[in-house]
Design a protein. Structure first.
Length: 199
């Protein structure tokens, strides 16, 4: 209980887990000049570019830590559905659904390019996610978000029908110090690259 020191070079992240136990009645697809394109193992480099484009602001690193073969294995798994949100020819969003656990779907990644945020695009993408998840025989649709995420994310997920059920703290290497992300990434997360003094 109370304060716990975080070792130098690490970052601590408060994570909230949320779930949906039934498809919301109002989760209908809204008309918009947008489309989803399924990404496969052949789209590895497009996936990596989109992951960086969206995730750099929010400290997404898990796929950056994987080699190409590991990411290809995910993209080629028939129980994983990965989509790029397209606005014309441009990719502006990423949606990844994981059905590998029987009866469940995890919303693994959900995000938009910086200039697409706040324009109603997120609602379109979430409605698509909900529709695709509940097309399968699942009992639970779940995700986790954290304090590194967009400040409006938690409320958005709740409005979408998800309910919080667990809290955890994650400690890991700061990817801006390991070189996975530039030092300018996620400026809302303090970067401690100097020796620390007492608090």
């Amino acid at each position: 209980m109370g304060y716990s020191p975080v070792p130098p070079g690490k970052i601590a992240n408060a994570v909230t887990f949320l779930e949906m136990r039934a498809r919301p009645e109002n989760a209908t697809i809204v008309g918009a000049p947008l489309a989803l394109a399924r990404l496969t193992a052949e789209d590895l480099q497009d996936y990596r570019r989109l992951f960086r484009l969206i995730g750099e602001d929010w400290m997404w690193v898990s796929r950056l830590e994987m080699d190409d073969d590991a990411v290809r294995a995910i993209l080629s798994d028939p129980a994983v559905e990965v989509y790029a949100l397209q606005d014309g020819e441009r990719h502006i969003g990423l949606l990844e659904l994981d059905f590998r656990v029987s009866g469940e779907c995890e919303l693994v990644f959900f995000g938009l390019a910086r200039d697409a945020i706040g324009k109603g695009v997120g609602r379109f993408l979430m409605n698509e996610a909900i529709a695709k998840a509940w097309t399968q025989p699942i009992d639970r649709f779940w995700l986790h978000t954290c304090n590194f995420d967009h400040p409006a994310a938690f409320a958005f997920y709740q409005r979408s029908g998800f309910r919080p059920y667990a809290l955890m703290v994650e400690v890991h290497d700061d990817p801006r110090l390991t070189g996975l992300l530039p030092k300018t990434a996620a400026p809302h997360v303090p970067l401690l690259d100097m020796p620390r003094h007492g608090v």
